[in-house]
Write a protein that binds this ligand. Sequence first.
Ligand code: GLY
Ligand code: MN
Length: 463
Amino acid sequence: MFRKDVYIDRRNRLKDKMKSGLVLFLGNQESAFNYPDNTYHFRQDSSFLYFFGLDMPNIAGLIDFESGKEYLFGNDFTIDDIIWMGPQPKIKELAAQVGIENTEPINHLGNYLRNANNQERIIHVLPFYRGDTIIQFSNLLEISHTEAENYISVDLIKAVIEMRSIKDKHEVEELIKAAAIGYKMHVTSMKMAKPGILEQEIAGALEGIASSYGSALSFPIILSQNGETLHNHYHGNILEEGRLLLTDTGAETNLHYASDNTRTFPVGGKFSQKQKDIYNIVLNGINHGTSLIKPGVTYLSVHLEVAKILAKGLIDLGLMKGNPEDAVREGAHAMFMPHGLGHMMGLDVHDMENLGEDYVGYDNEIRRSTQFGLRGLRLGRKLQPGFVLTNEPGIYFIPDLVKKWKAEKINSSFINYDKVLDEYSGFGGIRLEDDILVTETGHQLIGKRIPITIEEVEETMRS
Ligand code: GLY
Ligand code: MN
């Protein structure tokens, strides 16, 4: 946990933004995977962690914006709990660790909320993303699940996003720790990528690194020779000499700050010329994208500039035609990169995505596009100092998508479909991903850069 003043300060700033009613932050519950006592790895809710810091199930935090009072609801461990799970500080002691004076048993929460409801006070909650939280909230207020949705507060969503979007120095330190774990994971993946081993052997080793240095993975590992499938979680293939292996992975620190990086490299350690040609386009794209990151620039414009670099490279190779500006305006490059350039990162790998992607990544000035590819851009709005985001361009050869575009003559004036299908089916996909902090004057890479040039990658794989 951070020092208690960090949490006191965050709650005070939230109180300054929210004038009326009260806010309830329900911590997460344990979640069973095949029987009640066999639970998934516990993950606390990120906004709960942000304001209350405590990393355990069955607690709730409440702030009354009118009286200014703050409460922690939870129960002390019984002797049965202690027998199975060991001793725990009392709720009073836990509350004191994060600067809260008032504590109540968890079974007082329902009464407290129903009283507030009966007095027609506003109860603000963030959007629900787990079924059991909706059930818990509905039971507390004795309302239906549908009625529970009425308590989701846009004012609260906006206030929380405004705060969590700007990472303070404590958070940046944690993100750098997460990056150091991610670095070890990626270098291990490069060194293990030898012909004949199973993808899952590497995936298992990476998961072990994440757990041994931090809390866990920040998302399920994407690791595949079929990297053209953007989120490929199947790890059953045997590595074959010369194929590309895409590894997209990251870790959470013990405080749950994330890393998220992608590297793509050839099994056996030597890029072919054909692979180098595509790889260097993506590398130019990521480097150019990072060079543009600074306060006041929209991430939409960075996405589009990177798209032009990709289109220009693909035109030079004869896979696309026409000029890059027109191709990108029409969205033709999106057949090769059907996703956005990046997303916010912090306590969640896609930071605050549960609060609503458009609230996090867009505003009144920059609206989400409906164009294929561009509509997948999670962050489009103007950058501010303190934002942490990913820069993750890619070029993918997705045979079903190419065949569909060819059959429907989509952007046919910009794409040489026959060359793509004849020469690049089975190529796979290349994605490169770095995590970037927006500073007062520009940008800073989070942590040490994972080997990325052809020479650095081949050298790492050799050593
Ligand atoms: N690293 C996975 C993603 O950004 O979607
Ligand atoms: Mn990412």
